[in-house]
Write a protein of this length. Structure first.
Length: 683
């Protein structure tokens, strides 16, 4: 036996020797720790540390068989926790403070497990604690984790209702699983038919959501986002999918530069003089559906260009959504929940004023004293004879050609830049990510007198769809530029395409650093990690679409499928009431049948009683086998010793550690019946 197997066998042997109370207490503490663990990511550090110490302390007391601390100790710890909560959250009310105190109370209550009543309080606190996790995350992974927590709590509750003997954990777990499965039909019924005022999980916010894009841009900012491989959005098209180089999802448009950070435009001219969207589309529109993950930004990164037109603009009940003059779709509040929407985009379009307007002067501004060498370089380029009178499109092509021929490198590890970041990138290092190229390009174009701005968002999708949905990850975060051309308006120019054309034309992204597990899987099988990730993401997408996004419309669609022509709330309520009534009748019938069916042990006892009475041994239904054995010896003497010994064996079999199966009962009865027939023959 190898050392690992020997150690596991030794651990099991030691666990089997533990007293039942110690074993059950340790199991309860493990379940409590499992239920609390998801909260550790958003609890104050002191709360996580205090909770862990309390659970470990209680486990040590259980192993040592020591007395529990007095009520004064527990009260002092409670006051300490309340004071720390007040100092951390500035209140004892609200979600954060309430969850913090609930976790502490759960841990403190384990120090008072003196009676069954205390255990029941801990169990039901645990169920409530499981519910509070959905205030932070509703992902499939969270659901699976908490499903295991609920099963553990039900198992602990089952153990508390088995006071006699030492029932195995596996037996209690099986009973808990069966009890939970019995409730599944009712759960599905309520899920499908219970009226929805809003989305199922509309109120909670997913604390695990990545921040993704930002409302500002600095050198290296998008590179940090691009190292995150989590999902930003999913999209599917009602028609052939566009090529990768057409998949631009428009996010924040940034026009003001202070030398370090790009931010949203701060206009210096009256509203009437500012550039308007003036969107003109060409050709047929492309209908698409999008599931957007929480972003914490008040915007929708829609496909370029999605216009504000009836039938094309996104519809989000309960949200105020508008399109800004720069083409960005803005919401009235940060997107802190998963959203699902449909819209129509036109991939061929023109936007912006065709003739000069006073507001374009804001798109020429550059901070004084920053990046002097790049500004001088741009002036020398513009002074070339062939470019002196060139239009913005021609000047942009000259700058892009410089990028192609200038020895630039597209990389996520460009390092940090100093005060004159554009000078360092454009003329010295020549290493950067998309925001470096877009920032330098816009600065150069403005230095040559061309209005320009930066657009951030996402570009491209995963190479293959999953369940018909194309996945856009945070690693697809991108920055590109727009220049203003007289007679044409704003034109998209992507400097990244000049240095890394595969990034735009094929959606090929730079490889991301892998963690320990992913790296090991990659070395074992390069495609295994990708397959596992894709499989989980498919399940997660189905969870999102079928569970979290289950809505009133889908309820009405269900009624239509059942034959209701024009379903409304009244039809839904009638069907729910009828279904609940049918479920209640079925439950009552099952309870009646269960009450009247015979326990195998009771049936065996009745058969033994009848057989003994035929031998002249009067026994009562309530008497256990050992008392019946005494009656046999008193009535039959030595002739009945074999029969009495069989009854003593049955008594030991009934109350031994473990369970008595039907096969052993049948074998016992056969031996008992043979002995009884022998006695009848003697009579």
């Amino acid at each position: 036996m190898n050392p690992a197997a020997a150690g596991l066998a030794g651990w099991r042997e030691r666990a089997a020797r533990l007293p039942r109370e110690t074993r059950d207490t340790l199991f309860h503490l493990a379940v409590i720790g499992w239920a609390i663990a998801p909260h550790f990511g958003h609890l104050p550090p002191w709360c996580s540390a205090l909770t862990a110490l309390l659970l470990l302390w209680r486990a040590r007391l259980a192993l040592a068989g020591a007395a529990l601390p007095g009520r004064w100790v527990v009260s002092a710890l409670l006051l300490l926790a309340a004071g720390l909560t007040l100092a951390t959250e500035r209140t004892l009310l609200g979600k954060e403070a309430g969850v913090t105190m609930l976790v502490v109370l759960m841990a403190l209550k384990t120090l008072e497990l003196r009676a069954r009543r205390d255990a029941l309080v801990v169990f039901f606190l645990g169920f409530f604690l499981v519910l509070t996790q959905f205030l932070y995350s509703q992902s499939l992974a969270t659901g699976l984790w908490l499903l295991a927590a609920v099963w553990g709590l039900l198992t602990a509750l089952t153990l508390a209702h088995m006071p006699v003997g030492r029932p195995p954990l596996a037996r209690a777990g099986a009973v808990a699983a069966r009890a939970a499965l019995l409730g599944v039909p009712l759960m599905v019924l309520l899920f499908a038919l219970f009226p929805r005022i809003g989305p199922l999980w509309g109120l909670p916010q997913d604390a695990g959501a990545s921040t993704g894009l930002s409302g500002t841009l600095r050198m290296g900012g998008l590179a940090e986002v691009a190292e995150d491989d989590s999902i930003a959005l999913r999209v599917r098209f009602f028609g052939p999918p566009p090529p990768p180089d057409a998949l631009y999802f428009r996010g924040p448009v940034l026009s003001t530069f202070d030398g370090r950070v790009w931010t949203r435009l701060v206009p210096t001219v009256p509203v009437a003089s500012r550039p308007r969207l003036e969107l003109a589309t060409q050709g047929p529109g492309l209908r698409y559906e999008m599931t957007l993950e929480p972003s914490r930004l008040p915007l929708l990164p829609l496909l370029e260009m999605t216009p504000d037109r009836p039938g094309a603009a996104p519809r989000l009940p309960g949200w105020l959504v508008l399109q800004r003059p720069d083409g960005q779709w803005q919401t009235d509040r940060p997107v802190a929940e998963r959203l699902r929407l449909q819209a129509t985009a036109w991939l061929s379009f023109h936007q912006g004023p065709r003739q000069p307007v006073p507001g374009l002067v804001d798109l020429l501004a550059l901070p004084a004293g920053y990046n002097p060498r790049t500004l001088a370089w741009a002036q020398r380029l513009h002074a070339r004879p062939e470019l002196a009178e060139a239009d913005p499109r021609t000047l942009a092509q000259a700058v892009l050609q410089h990028i192609r021929d200038g020895g630039y490198t597209y990389t996520l590890s460009a390092g940090t830049y100093g005060r004159d970041a554009v000078d360092e990138f454009w003329l010295d290092r020549k290493r950067g990510f998309c925001e470096n190229f877009a920032s330098a390009f816009v600065v150069v174009m403005r230095a040559m007198g061309v209005p320009a701005r930066i657009v951030t968002g996402y570009q491209g999708t995963d190479p293959q769809p999953q369940d018909g949905w194309w996945i856009v990850r945070q690693s697809a975060a991108h920055a590109w530029a727009e220049i203003w051309q007289p007679g044409a308006g704003w034109l998209r120019v992507d400097p990244t395409a000049a240095v890394a054309p595969d990034r735009i034309e094929r959606g090929t992204r730079l490889p991301l650093p892998q963690g320990l597990v992913a790296g090991a899987l990659g070395r074992f099988d390069p495609a295994l990690a990708t397959r596992l990730r894709n499989a989980f993401e498919r399940l997660d997408n189905r969870w999102n679409q079928w569970v979290l996004n289950y809505s009133r419309q889908q309820q009405f669609d269900l009624l239509r499928g059942l034959g209701v022509r024009a379903p409304d709330w009244q039809d839904l309520a009638h069907l729910l009431i009828l279904s609940l009534a049918a479920t209640a009748l079925a439950g009552a019938a099952w309870a009646w049948w269960d009450r009247h069916r015979q326990d195998p042990w009771q049936r065996l006892q009745r058969r033994v009683q009848q057989r003994l009475q035929t031998l002249g041994v009067p026994v009562q239904p309530h008497q256990p086998p050992r008392e019946r054995a005494q009656q046999v010896r008193a009535r039959l003497g030595e002739r009945g010793e074999a029969l009495a010994a069989a009854l003593d064996a049955l008594d030991r079999q009934r109350y031994r550690v473990g369970t008595t199966d039907r096969a052993s009962q049948r074998a016992w009865w056969q031996g008992f019946a043979r002995a009884a027939r022998g006695l009848r023959g003697l009579r």
